[in-house]
Design a protein. Structure first.
Length: 172
């Protein structure tokens, strides 16, 4: 059982976009659908650049090491998009809550979903459960959704690379 699947889905979506930025709006929408969103939104000029700005703002939260400053950044993002909770039933999902206004804009919705999900992720799993891969030179985002809270690498490949480096350093 997940502590908060909403938070997990949102941070994994944001990390996926940050780590492998799609070439166009279609790629963004495909990624959102692949990672769990069911709604689509009418295309608008500037969507690709505006979603990039959402991710760039989110990366400031990822890169902030101080929990209080991280919370301040996240609270500012939430203030820009969060609204009172409301029941909704769309796309065959069944009744669930939205914590945003009903705006038909991909960048707006992603800003709300990613920041609310990140908030839920950090308060239920821990303020340190979001960061960068520790296998230099990789800088991918790591959204730690593991049970024990010790995920430090973005992939098995990076974990293996770091292990080889540690082994070689001990042998030298």
């Amino acid at each position: 059982m997940h502590l908060n699947p909403y938070g997990e889905y949102a941070v994994l979506l944001a990390a996926s976009l940050a780590n492998d930025w799609p070439a166009d709006r279609t790629g963004i929408e495909e990624r959102t659908l692949e990672l769990g969103m069911t709604q689509t939104f009418p295309p608008a000029p500037g969507d690709h650049a505006e979603v990039r700005a959402v991710i760039d703002d989110w990366l400031k939260i990822v890169d902030e090491p101080d929990p209080a400053a991280r919370a301040d950044l996240l609270n500012a993002e939430l203030a820009a998009t969060a609204a009172y909770p409301r029941l909704t039933n769309h796309d065959g999902e069944g009744w669930h809550l939205h914590y945003r206004d009903d705006v038909k804009s991909l960048p707006y919705v992603l800003r709300a979903v990613i920041n609310l999900g990140t908030s839920l992720h950090l308060v239920t799993r821990g303020m340190s459960r979001l960061g960068r891969c520790q296998a230099s030179p990789c800088t991918n985002v790591v959204a730690d959704v593991t049970r024990n809270g010790r995920q430090r690498f973005c992939s098995v490949r990076c974990a293996n690379r770091a292990a080889v480096r540690r082994h070689r350093a001990r042998a030298a």
